[in-house]
Design a protein. Structure first.
Lengths: 162, 182
């Protein structure tokens, strides 16, 4: 009874071609000798056909147009918020550039010192040179990003005017 | 393995907008059918189909072709459907269209066959709606979308053994409900 139940449970996977060869062979043999299992397979096949024949649902005629409009609204919203953030950054840019200059000089000095003397290990205590170098790289990244923002804003303004 | 649809997504990631349009064309009917039968609400299914594409569009830069593209996109659709069903359940909303996910396909040539086919489809649609959500999702992904067990498991975030069990229980329930119609 247990074996019959297991075989019955695997009939769907057999129909889907998802059983390993050994198990599939076992189901095939059981189907030959068990009419009730064969009837179950017939009903499963019929169910499969009915499921595949369920009425297809077509999108509304304006589906694509509505999607494009949603995408455009979302992009416009993103650009507007990007512009606002960029304006805020521009307002604080002079201070940032000044800070950047000071940090840059500090980092350059630190790198110069680092070239003269090899870095000490963490156990020895002082990682300030490494930290400065990392800050220097971060600063560079931020400046590049700011330039990118400016370029995009110029392009955006140009397209708006056009 | 990078399938054809995943290649399109990678092309879109590299800046090819036509690749996204092609994916949109290929997957709109598939997603809409899956979501309409998951939600039993055609209008909501259209909205969620659009949500899926917006997510795919916005996530393009982070996309990695680690699974088949169909697994990736139906995974998103399934998650959105579950969230939506949970929200609808909390609001105890009823579908506005009376629960019919779409119009019936034109039946066979013979009038009796037409009536029989319509009866079977109506009963099947009703029985599908009564299945637990995960059983319904697994069955739709298998029979209507043709996904293999491994892909279904990834899309639903479960194991292959669990998919096998979900499908078995779903089919048994449908056979029991449809009775003599099959």
């Amino acid at each position: 009874v247990k074996a019959d139940r297991r075989i019955r449970e695997q009939l769907g996977a057999w129909l889907d071609g998802e059983l390993p060869a050994g198990q599939a062979e076992e189901i095939s043999r059981a189907l030959e000798r068990d009419p009730a299992l064969a009837e179950q397979l017939r009903r499963l096949r019929q169910l499969e056909r009915s499921l595949q024949e369920l009425a297809p649902i077509e999108p509304a005629a304006d589906f694509e147009a509505r999607f494009r409009a949603r995408l455009a609204r979302q992009r416009a919203g993103a650009v507007a918020s990007w512009r606002e953030r960029a304006r805020e950054r521009l307002r604080t840019a002079p201070a940032r550039w000044a800070l950047g200059g000071v940090t840059l000089a500090g980092a350059a000095l630190a790198l110069l010192l680092a070239q003269r003397a090899p870095l000490r290990t963490e156990r020895d205590g002082d990682w300030s040179i490494v930290a400065d170098a990392e800050r220097y790289e971060l600063l560079q990244d931020q400046d590049l990003e700011l330039l990118e923002v400016l370029e995009v804003l110029e392009a955006w303004d140009g397209s708006q005017e056009g | 393995m990078v399938d054809d649809d995943a290649r399109l997504m990678l092309a879109f990631q590299a800046g090819d907008r036509r690749a996204f349009e092609e994916l949109f064309r290929r997957y709109t009917p598939r997603l809409l059918n899956f979501l309409a039968r998951m939600l039993r609400d055609r209008a909501r299914a259209e909205e969620l189909t659009q949500d899926v594409f917006i997510r795919v569009h916005n996530a393009a830069r982070r996309y990695e072709a680690r699974t088949r593209f169909s697994t990736y996109i139906f995974g998103i659709a399934h998650n959105l459907a579950l969230n939506d069903l949970a929200r609808a359940h909390r609001r105890r909303e009823q579908p506005l269209d009376g629960g019919n996910p779409g119009a019936w396909r034109a039946p066979g040539p013979d009038a009796v066959e037409q009536i029989e086919a319509a009866r079977t489809q109506e009963a099947l649609d009703r029985a599908m709606a009564e299945l637990p959500q995960r059983q319904r999702a697994a069955l739709l992904l298998r029979t209507q979308q043709g996904l293999g067990y491994e892909d279904i498991a990834q899309a639903l975030g479960t194991s292959v053994a669990s998919v096998k069990s979900l499908l078995h229980r779903a089919r048994e329930a449908l056979l029991a409900k449809l009775g003599d119609l099959l």
